[in-house]
Design a protein around this ligand. Structure first.
Ligand code: NAD
Length: 309
């Protein structure tokens, strides 16, 4: 069983897409708002019936119902409003993530946790501390989205399918995120060779600002990109596919960094992170990556001490 905590825009998009991809036969939706997860589950069961999916959705306001889940997806928390940065959500969401982390430790102690709550990397740290799980089982979602956005914007300029691009985005999911065109390839040819300097600058800027652009246009933050990225990660865990994806993971010496979660390429399977892949960076790229790591460290150090142990 997969549990999705938070039945808002991202949680419901993920639940629907996981159902359509038949990632599991039972998906539990949890939220603190009475009636919301139950209503969403009922609507999704009608979808399941119409599409012949054989997936059962259940809605609940009780954390204990997650017992038996091998994968818990956390999408609970405040989203940004137009003009806000992800970093401004820090304190309010740390409280929510920390509480949920303790419930997961109690009711699903062997689960793999995938988290979306912003500011993503600092919240991954809070979840890691609150669950006490090994870093392999606490994974921040954002890299699949940021990399997908990089591939999308590059594909528009190149005139090739985004599916032909293997994109790399490293560092923080936030203002200092670090898309790396020299390590993003179309069949062995890096984007840095296929696009001009100006085009590269535009692609990087569009990628970094994509989330804010969506929020500005429609008044609320993205959900279809995150929902589909979460479904791809859930599929890798549930099918033990060992697919390589980008995600936020607490580093333990890789890239010369320790105890800080940032976006890096990983190999994902049933037990969570099986491997962290170290991309070879030039000195200039390494400096940009480290600036991004420093931004995450700064956010973590501004958290109240209650969330740091
Ligand atoms: N990592 C990413 O790439 C990414 C992308 C988009 C959004 N996000 C983040 O994901 C989070 C959710 O976004 P959204 O658009 O779905 O927001 P939303 O407001 O639509 O949904 C959030 C839901 O969480 C619920 N909730 C709050 N506290 C809870 C708790 N303690 N237990 C259970 N449920 C609780 C709320 O009732 C609400 O239904 C936000 O923090 C947003 O910034 C991250």
């Amino acid at each position: 069983m997969i549990t999705v905590i938070g039945s808002g825009r991202v949680g419901t998009a993920a639940a629907v897409i996981m159902g359509i991809l038949k990632v599991d036969t039972k998906i539990l939706l949890i939220d603190i708002v009475k009636g919301l997860p139950q209503g969403e589950a009922l609507d999704m069961n009608h979808m399941s019936s119409i599409l012949g999916l054989d997936v059962e959705y259940v809605g609940s306001n009780e954390y204990k119902d997650m017992e038996g889940s091998d994968l818990v997806i956390v999408t609970a928390g405040l989203p940004r409003k137009p003009g806000m940065t992800r970093e401004q959500l820090l304190e309010a969401n740390a409280k929510i993530v920390s509480e949920i982390g303790r419930e997961i430790r109690k009711y699903a102690p062997e689960s793999v946790v995938i988290l979306t709550t912003n500011p993503l990397d600092a919240m991954t740290y809070v979840m890691w501390k609150a669950t006490g799980f090994p870093r392999e089982r606490v994974i921040g979602f954002s890299g699949v989205l940021d990399a997908g956005r990089l591939a999308y914007y590059a594909s528009k300029k190149l005139g090739v399918s985004p599916a032909s691009i293997l994109p790399i985005v490293l560092g923080q999911h936030g203002e200092s995120m670090f898309p790396v065109p020299s390590k993003s390839f179309v069949h062995g040819v890096p984007l840095s060779r296929l696009l001009t300097e100006d085009q590269l600058r535009e692609v990087v800027e569009e990628t970094v600002k994509a989330g804010a652009r969506i929020t500005e246009l429609r008044g609320f933050s993205s959900n279809w990109g995150p929902g589909s990225g979460l479904a791809i990660m859930a599929e890798a865990v549930k099918r033990d596919s060992k697919r390589s994806l980008i995600a936020s993971v607490v580093l333990e010496g890789e890239y010369g960094v320790r105890d800080v979660p940032v976006e890096v390429p990983i190999v994902l399977g049933r037990r969570g992170v099986l491997k962290v892949l170290e991309v070879e960076l030039t000195e200039e790229e390494r400096q940009k990556f480290m600036q991004s790591v420093e931004a995450v460290k700064k956010l973590i150090s501004s958290l109240p001490p209650a969330y740091l142990s």
